[in-house]
Every structure is written in structure tokens, then in C-alpha cells.
Write a protein of this length. Structure first.
Length: 116
């Protein structure tokens, strides 16, 4: 089983930046595809970005492409989400998600609030 703990959320002005981190427990972090999702008030949870186990492949939702960057450090069991040029519509709870063939796990989420 994997435990995920997100951090780095907060309040930022529009146009600003934040970097989210997600620390994972366990010794097999590199076999997990890691993803970020977000859920805004009154909306469904939506995909934001994903990264392969090696870090060689990344995918982004169209709404964040060019502004957000997902990366990972397998030596530290951590995945990051660098968010630049933040907009009010990026306000949401951001969740870390670990996926492998044998199961999937969610973090508890971290709040990101962008003031306009």
C-alpha cells in the first residue's frame, strides 16, 4: 500500500506560481504512474497532469498545458506540480494519485486558491 501526502498549496494572486509536492511511502515508487487531479467547488474531479514511472512521458489537460509542469524525483519518492501563470479558475483542491496494475491510491489533497 502507498500513502501519499501533498503539500505546497496556498493562496496566490493571479499570475503567480506555486509548486505542489506529493511524497509517497514505500519502496516501489518508480513503478507507479503518478497523476495530479483537481476538484473545484461544485465541480467534478478532473485530470490535470500525469507522468510515467521513469519520468520520460508526461501528459497535461488542455486547460493547463504550457503553464503547469509535472516532474518526479524517484530517489525521494516525490512528484511535483509546478504551476505558473495561475488563474482564478485554477482554484481547487489538488490531489495526488498513484496508479499501477495492482491498485491505485489518492492523497488527501491540498487547497490552491488563486485571487483575481
Amino acid at each position: 500500500q502507498v500513502q501519499l501526502v501533498e503539500s505546497g498549496g496556498g493562496l496566490v494572486q493571479a499570475g503567480g506560481s506555486l509548486r505542489l509536492s506529493c511524497a509517497a511511502s514505500g519502496r516501489t515508487f518508480s513503478i507507479y504512474i503518478m497523476k495530479w487531479y483537481r476538484q473545484a467547488p461544485g465541480k467534478e474531479r478532473e485530470f490535470v497532469a500525469s507522468i510515467s514511472g521513469s519520468g520520460g512521458s508526461t501528459y497535461y489537460a488542455d486547460s493547463v498545458k504550457g503553464r503547469f509542469t509535472i516532474s518526479r524525483d524517484n530517489t525521494k519518492n516525490t512528484v511535483f506540480l509546478l504551476m505558473n501563470s495561475l488563474k482564478a479558475e485554477d482554484t481547487a483542491i489538488y490531489y495526488c494519485y498513484a496508479q499501477r496494475s495492482g491498485g491505485a491510491y489518492w492523497g488527501q489533497g491540498t487547497q490552491v486558491t488563486v485571487s483575481s
